[in-house]
Design a protein around this ligand. Structure first.
Ligand code: NAD
Ligand code: PRE
Length: 364
């Protein structure tokens, strides 16, 4: 029996999901397009098995429906689906960057014999469209699912089982809590990046010296300012109340810097940087397939100076490329744990063998 997966909106996220599912045993992926040239493109690029312009044809007989259109269109799609005779047991999910309003909408529609479980893969890019899709996009990323209260656990487990193909890690969350958290760690940074770029653009004079000299700092913090405007218009308007509170808090952060500078309070400036780097350095390592594929080894190491240098030299002598080294735990009375990260799995395997031969205790 074939599992039919329908993707509405085969862009960056929908296309990446399609690539994760297509070609897997017993799965057929259908893309819904709203323009004939898009339908041809999805098929010719090999992203879907077939594409259709018909909403009904895409939805009927589907086992899983993924809504991957801009957030502002999700509720309309849900209402349209709720009026169709969908396959009994069909699981509808979405990938929208906000989760509260679509969850409320699905709840109000009181769907019969089909299930809605909101979703949001915490991976993406400033690029958009099917051209930017990649089967590696979600690898090692978190993928939030926001099942409604009373959801069929069987349906939830079925969706989780399907999402194994994305190689993402599933996190279950309340939809409104999701919007508060993601507002702070994703939506606010996008506003700040755009405001900063527009501020600097305003200063850029005829000789373009501001843009010419813009180096690592400006580029690092502003990559996401190039994100798709319609996608972000919808996200920010949809998460409006959360964003307004976050921007008030942001204004307070900015005001604190204003007063530190007005009073020449160097100590407070240092403290602000120290606090920030402390929190940032403790962020869990991201092991994202498309951008930074990392394979980690952990080893117990005795706590004495020079250990990092010695291990790095041993690996280097064998031509093993090490990407990152970190001491996770180091106290006088217990051995430390060292994390070694590699870009190539083969490098990790060779390092494991070498270190085991040197009697280190190694964990993958
Ligand atoms: N970009 C990211 O980093 C990211 C990450 C996670 C989730 N999301 C969410 O994923 C969803 C899709 O975003 P994306 O980044 O893939 O965008 P995208 O622009 O790459 O893809 C959007 C898709 O929606 C379709 N679409 C746009 N307007 C349409 C219309 N009027 N009628 C029918 N179809 C239309 C497009 O054809 C395209 O297939 C959004 O809800 C977004 O919030 C985005
Ligand atoms: O990496 C990026 O470019 C992203 O913007 C990805 C990002 C994020 O803010 O982290 C953007 C929107 C999402 O809904 C999830 C992830």
């Amino acid at each position: 029996m074939t599992t039919k997966i329908s993707i509405f909106g085969v862009g960056l996220i929908g296309g990446s999901l399609a690539l994760c599912f297509k070609g897997k045993p017993g799965i057929t992926v259908v893309g819904h397009a709203h323009r004939p040239e898009s339908a041809d493109k999805y098929v010719s690029r090999g992203v879907v098995d077939s594409a259709t312009l018909s909403f009904e044809e895409a939805a009927l007989d589907s086992d899983f429906i993924f809504l991957c259109v801009p957030v502002g269109m999700l509720e309309g799609y849900m209402e349209r689906l709720s009026r169709l005779p969908l396959k009994k047991g069909c699981i509808i999910t979405d990938v929208g960057s906000t989760k509260g309003s679509i969850a409320d909408c699905a709840q109000a529609l009181d769907l019969q014999d089909v299930h809605f479980i909101g979703g949001h893969p915490m991976a993406g890019s400033e690029r958009s469209g099917v051209e930017a899709a990649s089967s590696l996009l979600f690898e090692n990323a978190y993928y939030v699912l926001t099942p409604p209260p009373g959801v069929s656990e069987e349906a939830y487990e079925a969706l989780k089982a399907l999402l194994v193909h994305t190689k993402a890690q599933i996190v279950r969350l309340d939809p409104h809590r999701h919007d508060e958290i993601v507002g702070a760690i994703s939506h606010l940074p996008h506003i700040i990046a755009v405001a900063l770029v527009n501020q600097v653009h305003g200063y850029d004079s005829e000789d373009s010296l501001y843009s010419t000299l813009a180096a690592g700092g400006f580029r690092d913090i502003t990559r996401i300012a190039s994100s798709e405007p319609v996608i972000w218009r919808d996200i920010l308007l949809n998460n409006r109340s959360v964003m307004l509170q976050l921007l008030k808090d942001w204004n307070e952060e900015v005001s604190e810097f204003v007063s530190m500078l007005e009073t020449g309070d160097g100590e407070a400036i240092e403290k602000a940087f120290e606090e920030a780097s402390g929190f940032r350095n403790r962020l869990p390592e991201r092991r994202k397939g498309m951008i930074t594929p990392l394979f980690d080894l952990h080893i117990d190491v005795p706590d004495h100076p020079g250990i990092i240098g010695r291990i790095a030299t041993e690996l280097g002598d064998q031509g093993i490329n090490l990407s990152n080294v970190q001491i996770i735990e180091s106290r006088e009375d217990v051995p430390g744990i060292m994390r070694l990260s590699f870009r190539q799995e083969s490098d990790m395997e060779r390092a494991k063998e070498l270190l085991q031969r040197r009697d280190y205790t190694v964990y993958v």
